[in-house]
Ligand binder design. Structure first.
Ligand SMILES: C[S@@+](CC[C@H](N)C(=O)[O-])C[C@H]1O[C@@H](n2cnc3c(N)ncnc32)[C@H](O)[C@@H]1O
Length: 224
């Protein structure tokens, strides 16, 4: 049985209990206080209770973003937010975990950040007023557009060849993906279902589709 905590599990550190991150840096216990500019003096002094992997403990937010920027995937995620979708926070959190390049919010600017669990601070976010504006961005950035919804005309995500430089678009609870997104997509994919429900939660669907891209294109040696 594995005894050491994994890199994404809470470390207990000096002074910090399980579930609370790490306490203040203590030279006697942790070694000489780091002088590396990536370390944040306040976090070293007060402790670091943020939900970050151990490798980023005590690092400043800017240093963490800069480090992830060197490893971001050529994968963009968009979620349509014309109604105020409650799933966006969860989508942002998963996008952060997979080092997605940018999460695009289409429609309303406001979204419920609760489910993001502060991960939005480390994730590039971009707003577009309309799906047309999003599609223009994708064309300019050389991204293949993949609309994700279980609608007629879709092909199975499980067997589709997801493009490497991709923008995955997700719809919202109720209406699903807009006609504009469907019309503008290079590929329309659905996740196979076997039960009675007509659809799954948009955040869950986004996680499944992002992971399908990861399995196909990510370099696992670069994962934590
Ligand atoms: C809850 S669904 C609503 C729309 C859905 N087309 C329906 O018939 O009810 C919200 C979003 O989740 C994603 N989604 C849910 N289930 C999916 C599935 N089986 N395949 C692909 N996407 C799905 C899509 O992006 C969809 O627009």
């Amino acid at each position: 049985m594995r005894e050491e905590p994994g890199p994404t599990e809470w470390a207990t550190g000096s002074g910090g209990g399980a579930g609370t991150g790490v306490g203040p840096w203590v030279d006697e216990h942790d070694g000489p206080t780091p002088v590396d500019p990536r370390y944040d003096p306040e976090l070293l002094r007060d402790g670091d209770t943020r939900n970050v992997v151990d490798a980023y403990r005590y690092w400043s937010r800017e240093a963490i973003i800069a480090d992830i920027d060197t490893r971001r995937h050529p994968l963009h995620i968009a979620i349509e937010n014309f109604g105020n979708d409650a799933n966006i926070g969860g989508v942002v959190r998963t996008a952060n975990a997979f080092a997605v390049d940018t999460v695009h919010i289409v429609g309303r600017r406001r979204w419920n950040r609760r489910g993001a669990m502060v991960t939005d601070r480390y994730q590039r976010l971009r707003h577009h007023d309309s799906t047309a504006e999003l599609l223009a961005f994708a064309a300019g950035a050389g991204l293949s557009v993949v609309a994700v919804d279980n609608v007629p005309g879709s092909v199975r995500l499980e067997t589709a060849e997801l493009p490497r430089n991709a923008l995955l678009i997700f719809g919202q609870e109720g209406p699903g993906i807009t006609d504009d997104a469907r019309a503008g997509a290079d590929l329309l994919v659905s996740i196979a279902q076997f039960g009675s429900t007509r659809s799954i939660n948009a955040s869950v669907a986004a996680g499944i589709a992002m992971h399908a891209w990861i399995r196909r294109h990510a370099e696992l040696a670069h994962a934590w």
